[in-house]
Design a protein around this ligand. Structure first.
Ligand code: HEC
Ligand code: HEC
Length: 213
């Protein structure tokens, strides 16, 4: 009886719909070409539903998209960022994305979320450059101290100089966070108040707290 029921369940789609057509064939992971499906499956776990931020930074951020070129993002998805949890989607042998899928994701991100970027972001550079440590220390106290403490050890917001935290993130990421914030966590975007060089300087100072440099 149970066996019969299972057979009925299994064969129902075939018998009720006739011969399976090409469209019914299961789609291979490498053939998925819909932005929302790809983003939900491959990015949302860390960057949030609709890119709203989760374990890592929000991607539905027009300021970030204004600063970061599409080529840079393609390169990042392809190669990942060494030493962080941002994976390479081509060298992870399990279920890599094709070049075409990476372009679908990047085009989808920009088409969906690159709207109404704040004016400051048009003139900002994305890439981190070498900054000055002592200048960064002063700027941190001025701009960040009210929430993170002048020494970075934490006040109303948490520590940003804990080596265990710094081990998880790249210097480039720290720069992005300073400019674009993590608004969903209460960390404000500071790109309107901080120029390119000062952002580099603050990162240079934060870098001195890494256990390995
Ligand atoms: C108005 C308060 C406020 C100011 C000003 C502020 N932060 Fe934050 N920041 C936060 C909050 C809240 C978080 C969320 C996590 C937490 O509570 O530590 C955060 C998180 C962070 C993180 C971790 C983000 C992540 O995704 O890992 C970094 C790094 C950081 N801030 C650096 C800075 C720097 C550098 C400055 C100055 C340029 C600054 N913050 C200014 C409130 C602030
Ligand atoms: C397993 C978690 C994880 C997944 C999955 C993931 N990311 Fe990331 N991503 C991260 C982390 C962590 C960072 C910050 C890395 C660092 O510290 O530099 C990051 C950084 C980024 C950044 C750059 C932010 C910056 O300026 O530093 C972009 C853009 C990005 N991811 C896009 C994507 C896209 C698109 C996907 C899906 C194809 C994706 N990520 C999937 C964890 C993830």
């Amino acid at each position: 009886m149970i066996r019969l029921a299972i057979c009925a369940l299994f064969f129902l789609p075939l018998t009720s719909c006739g011969k399976p057509s090409i469209e019914d064939r299961p789609i291979r992971p490498s053939e998925v070409s819909d932005f929302n499906t790809l983003f939900s499956a491959r990015c949302a776990g860390c960057h949030g539903t609709q890119g709203a931020g989760s374990g890592s930074i929000a991607l539905h951020d027009a300021a970030l998209l204004q600063m970061m070129s599409k080529d840079t993002m393609v390169d990042l998805i392809t190669n990942g960022r060494e030493g962080t949890h941002m994976p390479s989607f081509q060298s992870n042998t399990g279920n890599p994305l094709t070049d075409a899928q990476i372009h679908v994701i990047v085009d989808g991100i920009y088409d969906s979320w690159d709207k109404n970027a704040p004016p400051w972001s048009a003139s900002k550079r994305y890439e981190l450059q070498q900054g000055k440590i002592t200048r960064g220390q002063g700027a941190f106290a001025d701009m960040c101290g009210q929430c993170h403490g002048n020494d970075g050890l934490g006040a109303s917001a948490g520590s940003v100089v804990d080596p265990a935290y710094l081990e998880l993130v790249s210097a480039q990421y720290l720069r992005t966070v300073i400019l674009c914030g993590r608004p969903e966590l209460g960390m404000p975007a500071m790109g309107s108040k901080i120029d390119d060089r000062t952002a580099d300087d603050i990162v240079a100072w934060l870098q001195t707290f890494r256990s390995t440099q």
